[in-house]
Design a protein around this ligand. Structure first.
Ligand code: FEO
Ligand code: CA
Ligand code: CA
Length: 714
């Protein structure tokens, strides 16, 4: 997601001390604590063990898996760059029909609600693959993919932009088209014997889910007064899923799509409720003015206006936005299946949702982060223990959502506190959780929020009160399925100050004066040690097996540039691996317990090409074999070993690179190119898809393969 729909107000330019002094202070504190307590980085791996990495006392780990390509120099072109010996192919760009119809996309076409409802949406983001059968899983599968948001200037290019965007009534069919360009697509992809991929455009499982598709609410919020609307007086349903950013999947074969920057499509002209204030609903006009269109049936457009119209919530749409901010579960195998919002996993600006290690007889864990400045990292632990008999049976049609309900509707939601000594605690967000400090010290969350539904609607406020650690905008996470090690990107934070400028802040909830406030700014802490964190970083943690409320964490890598003399570059990055604003992330399990950590970035447009990395390269995909990288007092990737982090691919100008997985045989890596400026070219076999002249840009999926058909990355 770029600056297009992100809220960038209140950029903090206070006279912070140089990065270097703050960084040095935190890293030396970590060194001291490690020395005295024997905790954290150096022991994260040796205590828990990583299969396949042989490590002896005092010896460097012996690696079996190595990256087999040369790290790329930076690129700033309208094309895609991949290493020597690789080829990229563009797939399913915005506007690709998915229903077998012959009328296809044209550069100058006027988009309509009907066409957009059966064609790929805009701004591809998170995605995952679902095998149709085990034998052909690497050459024939269903792709489930998010369409995060829209670019109105591109959508309405033939008419030179949207109508009445800033004032006056939007035309109903323009709004319907925009709503249909959001959401999720399920589309079958197949590879031929020559290695060429194509969508199966008439497959019966192809499906579009939009910001108008009826969806059931499930879990604690379902059927409560919080979500009563004129369209659903019993509070059980809502229309649409919106601003679906990253994703997840379940071991029972469903897709999880995650609602991120949805608050801005809603307005409330009256007094804001605490949850509206906390999440950023406000104003007279929504992001695209959808509420302004002449209303269709059953509040088709007026539902985006949450202003109360009287005394009865069953007669207006004051609660409409409370049906958003969730993890949404889709069965990709059945185009008619009911979709559920799994409210037990919390309500906020969800980036994604990633499963932890799957072990027979043990509860399942799902990690999820809130991508806003100074917001939190969460996990959900199921009550039900995993049973292998629930595992996905590819290609079969049966009630996967019943299995989903049994895991995702009952469990415990936790929020993370990261302590300076490398320890961390998961704080339960339950009615019986006791507030540790501040004005409400000693009270239970249930006393303030009444029940679990009240906690879920106000997830962020409950997390404030429990003393969670405000983070530098959590984006994607991923889990090493063997070790259970969790990685998470913290993309950047312009509202992170040094300690002196926020002296009253304690970070334990006691600074929150009212529900619905949160932390506009927060000082540096051990897990987020850079004020005005321009480049972002990645942390990782390992759960303690004997206590689900404890973990140990360490910094994994810091973004940075060798060209920025004013900033620290703690990971010692160079011209061929400098990065900023890490976003997408995927742990790609390979041989003997080792794997490749793939990192994607969203820097160029997000930071307006203001930083040194954005002047060096477009957004990119990097790879590293993280194995047992670890050094006391330093981030795991540091000046001594940074060469192991390699730049694998680079996107076209102004595009973010996001969404990532590979086929089970690892011969094809799929990524998404979102919001390019002038790409892809039409009608060219050029692998870079470089446009000649100006084209109407289209977000697209890209598949990267070796010319010799071998495994990607090695
Ligand atoms: Fe949609 Fe946080 O990226
Ligand atoms: Ca981002
Ligand atoms: Ca993202």
């Amino acid at each position: 997601m770029s600056q297009e729909i992100e809220n960038h107000d209140n950029h903090n330019d206070s006279d912070n001390r140089p990065f270097s002094s703050v960084m040095a202070r935190y890293m030396s504190r970590r060194r001291m604590l490690q020395g005295s307590l024997g905790l954290a980085a150096a022991t994260l791996f040796t205590d828990f063990g990583l299969g396949g990495v042989i490590r002896q006392a005092g010896a460097e780990p012996r690696r079996r898996l190595t990256l087999g390509f040369d790290s790329l120099p930076g690129s700033m072109t309208d094309g895609i760059v991949v290493p020597e010996g690789y080829i990229a192919q563009v797939l399913v760009p915005w506007g690709t029909p998915m229903d077998g119809s012959t009328a296809g996309w044209q550069q100058d076409m006027h988009m309509t609600p009907a066409f957009q409802a059966r064609a790929m949406g805009m701004h591809h983001d998170g995605m995952y693959h679902f095998a149709l059968d085990t034998q052909h899983a690497s050459r024939d599968f269903l792709l489930a993919i998010n369409h995060e948001y829209i670019d109105q200037s591109v959508l309405w290019a033939p008419q030179n932009g949207p109508t009445n965007n800033d004032e006056g009534a939007r035309p109903a069919d323009e709004v319907r088209t925009e709503i249909n360009a959001h959401g999720v697509a399920v589309v079958r992809l197949r590879r031929d014997d020559q290695g060429h991929w194509a969508p199966v455009v008439d497959d019966s499982r192809n499906r579009r889910i939009t910001s108008a598709t009826p969806i059931e609410l499930s879990g604690p919020v379902r059927g409560t007064p919080w979500v009563i609307t004129a369209w659903s007086p019993d509070g059980t349903r809502i229309r649409g899923t919106n601003n679906n950013c990253a994703c997840g999947y379940t071991p029972w074969g469903t897709y999880l799509t995650c609602e991120e920057n949805w608050p801005e499509v809603f307005i409330n002209r009256g007094e804001l409720t605490a949850d509206q204030a906390r999440l950023g609903i406000n104003g007279e006009r929504g992001r695209y003015g959808w509420e302004s269109a002449d209303d269709g049936e059953q509040g088709e457009f007026s539902r985006f206006d949450n202003t109360p119209q009287g005394d009865d919530p069953a007669r207006d749409y004051r609660n409409e936005a409370r049906g958003f901010g969730y993890i949404v579960e889709i069965d990709p195998y059945d185009a008619d299946s009911t979709i559920y919002k799994r409210t037990a996993l919390g309500r906020f600006r969800h980036e994604g949702c990633w499963p932890g290690r799957v072990v027979e007889g043990m509860p399942l864990t799902f990690y999820t982060g809130h991508d806003s400045r100074n917001e939190y990292i969460y996990k959900f632990v199921t009550n039900k223990r995993w049973q292998q008999s629930d595992a996905n049976r590819p290609g079969e049609t049966y009630d996967r959502q019943a299995i989903g309900a049994s895991y995702l509707d009952n469990g415990t939601l936790y929020v993370a506190r990261f302590d300076a000594d490398g320890e961390g605690e998961w704080l339960p967000l339950t009615v019986d959780a006791v507030i540790p400090k501040g004005e409400h010290k000693g009270r239970r969350l249930g006393e303030l929020f009444e029940d679990q539904a009240g906690i879920i609607i106000n997830t962020c406020d409950a997390a404030d009160l429990m003393g969670a650690t405000p983070m530098d905008r959590p984006e994607w996470g991923t889990v090493d399925p063997q070790s259970g090690m969790v990685y998470m990107t913290l993309t950047n934070n312009s509202r992170r100050t040094d300690e002196e400028s926020s002296a009253s802040f304690t970070g334990d909830g006691s600074d929150v004066s009212a529900m619905g406030s949160g932390y506009a700014t927060a000082p540096v802490n051990a897990a987020n040690p850079r004020p005005d964190n321009t480049y972002g970083h990645i942390i990782r943690w390992q759960e303690r097996e004997d206590d689900p409320t404890r973990m140990r964490w360490e910094p994994f890598v810091f973004g940075g540039s060798p060209d920025d003399q004013d900033a620290t570059n703690p990971s010692g990055l160079t011209d061929v691996n400098a990065f900023a604003s890490p976003d997408g992330l995927w742990f790609d399990e390979r041989d003997n317990g080792e794997g490749i950590l793939w990192i994607e970035t969203d820097n160029g447009l997000d930071k307006g090409r203001e930083n040194a990395v954005a002047n060096m390269t477009n957004d990119q995909v990097l790879a590293v074999v993280p194995g047992a990288m670890s050094e006391e007092g330093k981030p795991a990737i540091n000046a001594r070993n940074q060469a192991q982090l390699k730049r694998f691919a680079i996107g076209p100008n102004e595009a973010e690179v996001t969404g990532i997985f590979a086929t089970p045989d690892r011969t094809a890596l799929f990524i998404n190119i979102q919001h390019p400026a002038n790409w892809p070219a039409a009608d060219t076999d050029d692998a870079t898809q470089t446009a000649q002249g100006q084209v109407r840009p289209r977000s697209s999926t890209v598949v990267i393969q070796k010319r010799d058909g071998g495994r990607v990355g090695v």
